[in-house]
Design a binder for this molecule. Structure first.
Ligand code: F6P
Length: 520
C-alpha cells in the first residue's frame, strides 16, 4: 500500500497569493455580444457578476463547433474581464458534452437512472476534453492565480492541471445536485471521477444535503475519508467540502422588475390578459423541470376551481428549447407539445387559451416584469440544484401586493425559501391544491411570506455567494504539491487517452501554442 502522506507536500500560504487574479472556468463561456446584452442562463449571469466585481480571466468552450480538430484559443477583453475560449470538434461535442456530461452525469445527478446512457467511449471523451482544456488553460496561468472551476462538465480539470505542475489554489463548484452513493455509483468511471475531486482545495455544493451525499460517496467508495464533518481527505490531500447556495443580484433584479412596466413584451402581455390573473413558469426545456406534471396540476386546478376557470386564470409557461440534439430532450419536447394541446383543447374557449406555452427565451427585463405581474410563480422541478427562477420570482414582487411562490421540495431553493408553498411535484392533486391556496391567499399572508423569503435573498445575494466561496478558497489552510510521478503510479495511463477500455482513436489535438487575440 502506498503511503499517501508522501504524495503531497504541504505548502505554506503566501498571503500575497490571495491577491492574485481570479480565473473562472466553465464549459460554456458567453462571449460579450456587440450589443452589450447580458449573458443568458443562471450560471453565466452568476459568474459574470462575480468576475465584473473582481476582474479576471474566464476560460472555456466558445459554444461553437469547429470542423477542424485544430482550433486556436481565442482571447478577447471586455472591461475587467478577459475571455479565453476555444471551439470543440463535432466529435467532442457529441461524446463529451452531449454523450457524457448530458446523457450520463446529468440524468444520474438528477436521479434519473432510467435515462442514463452509459458508454465507455463517451467517458473517455470526457477525460480527453478535460485534459485538452487543462492544457489550454495551463498556458495562460500565472503563479498567483486563484482558479475556480464550475460544474459537472469539468470535474477532472484540476487533476490534469496538477499533473501539468499547477500548484495554484483550485476550487470547484457544482451547480447541479449530487446524489447519494446508491445513485451516484451508477456513473461510468465513478471511482476515477471521485478521485479527481482530490485535486481541488475547496469543493462547493448547492445544499448541505448535496455536500453530505458527496462525503457519503467518498466514504462508501473508499475513495478517501471524511474528517470532522467539513473536510475530506482524498489520496492524502485535504480539502474543504461545503455548501455555498448560489443566488441572484437581489437588489438589481428587484429594480429591474420595478422598471419593467415600460417593457414592450410586458405591456403586450398585460393588454392581452384583459384583467385576468396570471400564473407563470419559466424553465429550460428539460425533463428535470417537472413540466408535464406542472401542466397537469394547473389543469386539475382549473377543473377543481370553477370560479378560477370562470375568471379565466391563465398560465404562461416560457420554455426555451435546450439540448435538442439529445433524444431524451426531443422526447420531452413532443410530450409537452401534446400535453399543452390537450389541456387547451379540453379547457379552452373561443376567447381563452388557459395555457400559453412558448419555446422562446426572453430578456431579463421582460422576465422581471412578467414575474411581477404574476399572481403565482410555479417552480416545480422534479430535481434541481438550486433554481434561480424561484429567487428571481420573489425578488421581482411588489411589496404591497406580492404574488405567491409555489416551490418543489426537490429544488435546492426550498432549503432557503421556506415561506414558499412547498409541494411534492409528483403529487398532481397536492400541487393543484397549492395553486388553489395561493390563488385565494389573503394579502396579509402573502406579504408575510414574501417578506420572509425576501429577507433570505437580501442576506445571501450573488455577491455573498462568490465572496463566501472565494474566501474559503483563499483561507484554505492546506495546499499540496501534486506529485505527478506518484499519481502515474496510482492511475497508470491517467494522463493519456488509454485509461478506459477503449474506445476508438482520439482526434488529433489542437496546437498548444496557437493563441489568437480576436479583439485586442
Ligand atoms: O444548470 C446546469 C447548466 O449546465 C448551467 O450551467 C447552464 O446555465 C444550463 O445548465 C444550460 O446548459 P447548456 O450549457 O447545456 O445549454
Amino acid at each position: 500500500m502506498i503511503n499517501l502522506e508522501v504524495l503531497y507536500k504541504p505548502v505554506p500560504i503566501n498571503r500575497s497569493e490571495l491577491d492574485g487574479r481570479l480565473v473562472v472556468v466553465s464549459n460554456r463561456v458567453p462571449l460579450p455580444s456587440s450589443s452589450g446584452a447580458p449573458a443568458a442562463g443562471g450560471l453565466a449571469i452568476a459568474l459574470e457578476s462575480a468576475l465584473k466585481v473582481r476582474g479576471g480571466l474566464w476560460f472555456g468552450w466558445s459554444g461553437k463547433t469547429s470542423e477542424e480538430c485544430d482550433t486556436a484559443l481565442q482571447c478577447r477583453s471586455n472591461g475587467a474581464i478577459t475571455y479565453a475560449v476555444c471551439d470543440l470538434s463535432r466529435l467532442d461535442i457529441e461524446q463529451y458534452y452531449s454523450g457524457f456530461a448530458n446523457r450520463a452525469l446529468w440524468p444520474i445527478c438528477h436521479y434519473r437512472l432510467d435515462l442514463a446512457n452509459l458508454s465507455d467511449c463517451n467517458a473517455a471523451a470526457y477525460f480527453r476534453v478535460n485534459e485538452h482544456f487543462a492544457r489550454q488553460l495551463h498556458k495562460l496561468l500565472r503563479p498567483d492565480d486563484m482558479i475556480w472551476v464550475h460544474d459537472y462538465h469539468l470535474i477532472p480539470m484540476a487533476r490534469f492541471l496538477r499533473q501539468m505542475g499547477c500548484t495554484n489554489r483550485i476550487g470547484f463548484f457544482l451547480h447541479i445536485p449530487w446524489p447519494g452513493p446508491d445513485v451516484a455509483s451508477a456513473m461510468p468511471a465513478y471511482q476515477r471521477i471521485l478521485r479527481c475531486f482530490g485535486a481541488y482545495d475547496v469543493i462547493g455544493f448547492q445544499t448541505e444535503a448535496d455536500a453530505d451525499n458527496f462525503r457519503d460517496c467518498i466514504a462508501a467508495a473508499n475513495a478517501g475519508r471524511v474528517i470532522d464533518g467539513d473536510e475530506c481527505e482524498i489520496d492524502g490531500r485535504r480539502m474543504l467540502v461545503g455548501s455555498f447556495p448560489i443566488s441572484i443580484d437581489t437588489a438589481v433584479f428587484a429594480q429591474e422588475a420595478r422598471a419593467a412596466e415600460k417593457n414592450s413584451a410586458v405591456k403586450r402581455m398585460l393588454a392581452s390578459l384583459n384583467g385576468h390573473d396570471l400564473v407563470i413558469g419559466v424553465d429550460r426545456l428539460d425533463y428535470s423541470k417537472g413540466l408535464k406534471q406542472r401542466m397537469e396540476a394547473f389543469s386539475t386546478f382549473l377543473e377543481r376551481s370553477p370560479e378560477a376557470a370562470r375568471a379565466r386564470v391563465t398560465m404562461l409557461q416560457i420554455t426555451p428549447k435546450s439540448r435538442s440534439e439529445i433524444p431524451e430532450y426531443a422526447h420531452i419536447q413532443s410530450e409537452l407539445e401534446r400535453e399543452a394541446g390537450r389541456i387547451n383543447g379540453k379547457l379552452g374557449d373561443v376567447d381563452w387559451t388557459p395555457l400559453r406555452y412558448i419555446n422562446k427565451s426572453m430578456s431579463h427585463s421582460s422576465l422581471a416584469g412578467l414575474y411581477r405581474m404574476s399572481r403565482i410563480g410555479l417552480v416545480t422541478p422534479l430535481r434541481d440544484g438550486m433554481n434561480l427562477v424561484a429567487k428571481e420570482y420573489v425578488a421581482a414582487q411588489a411589496p404591497d401586493n406580492p404574488g405567491v411562490l409555489i416551490l418543489s421540495q426537490f429544488a435546492g431553493a426550498a432549503q432557503e425559501l421556506k415561506s414558499a408553498l412547498i409541494v411534492n411535484p409528483y403529487d398532481i392533486e397536492a400541487t393543484a391544491a397549492a395553486i388553489a391556496r395561493a390563488y385565494t391567499m389573503p394579502l396579509e399572508e402573502r406579504k408575510d411570506r414574501w417578506q420572509a423569503n425576501m429577507s433570505v435573498l437580501r442576506a445571501n445575494s450573488i455577491h455573498d455567494w462568490a465572496s463566501h466561496f472565494l474566501q474559503a478558497l483563499a483561507n484554505d489552510a492546506e495546499a499540496g504539491v501534486f506529485d505527478r510521478a506518484l499519481d502515474e503510479t496510482r492511475f497508470p495511463g491517467f494522463a493519456g487517452l488509454d485509461r478506459l477500455r477503449v474506445v476508438g482513436a482520439a482526434p488529433p489535438r489542437l496546437r498548444l501554442d496557437s493563441v489568437t487575440a480576436v479583439v485586442p
